[in-house]
Ligand binder design. Structure first.
Ligand SMILES: *Cc1c(COP(=O)(O)O)cnc(C)c1O
Length: 231
């Protein structure tokens, strides 16, 4: 590795700062979620030492392994950002502080039922497939608000905080920003219709987080720009 996690984080924060300034926003309004899939726990510890407060993992098992290896000292907020199967819901609840990838009423119901049994609540985001790419998880844009209403009516232990999307993997600035603008519109409409704050607008990864911030992202999920390319 040529550059250090600390230096990479500085560069990422500077880019967030600039994108925020360009759109009249404040850097503090954007949460940096460090995405640590495939990385050893030492890398996560180093990121936290450099000020990272929130970590995103794709797989429940990997998240549990990292927490088991965590040294003494404060843990970050652990967010599950990858597709979650219903049969792993209980494990997910034991591992994560928030699930950002709720993509079906069935998954929401199982998470809520288990959280209720355990006498707790769970913060969630609804994942939306804004690009229509077949490889992506997430509900269709026109289903996003239905899922939110379903959660509000049927899932008393869930605390919906907003929406999440992955930008189109193919496509230039125009297509990518269009997908992010769509998620922002979905969130704004849902705020108007529910009266909820819904502060979470999770969009932007290493390749596109500058555009995401300009489109209103409040949570960027960044892996390779901090930790280097994954093998
Ligand atoms: C891997 C991943 C990221 C981070 O991707 P990078 O391109 O490495 O920044 C963000 N969000 C999700 C859902 C991911 O799976």
């Amino acid at each position: 590795m040529v550059t250090s996690i600390r230096e990479n984080l500085e560069l990422v924060r500077e880019e967030i700062r600039q994108a925020a300034a360009r759109s009249g926003r404040r850097e503090e309004d954007i949460l940096l979620v460090a995405v640590t899939k495939t990385r050893p726990v030492e890398d996560v510890v180093e990121a936290v030492r450099c000020g990272v407060t929130s970590v995103g993992e794709n797989r429940v098992q990997e998240l549990l392994e990292k927490r088991a290896l965590w040294p003494d000292g404060d843990e970050p907020e652990w967010r599950l950002i990858g597709h979650l199967q219903r049969n792993k819901a209980r494990k997910a609840l034991s591992a994560a502080s928030a699930v950002d990838s709720v993509d079906s009423p069935e998954l929401a119901a199982v998470l809520s039922r288990i959280a209720s049994e355990e006498g707790r609540t769970l913060r969630v985001l609804i994942e939306v497939n804004t690009s229509g790419e077949a490889s992506k998880h997430g509900v269709a844009p026109e289903e996003a608000e239905n899922l939110l209403h379903g959660i509000l009516e049927n899932c008393p232990a869930l605390r919906p905080e907003g929406f999440m999307t992955i930008g189109p993997l193919a496509g230039g600035e125009k297509e990518v920003r269009k997908a992010f603008a769509l998620l922002r519109t979905i969130c704004e409409t849902a705020r108007d219709n529910t009266g909820l704050a819904l502060p979470g607008l999770s969009m932007g990864m290493s390749g596109d987080f500058g555009w995401a911030v300009q489109e209103g992202s409040t949570m960027v999920r960044i892996g390779s720009s901090i930790f280097g390319a994954r093998r």
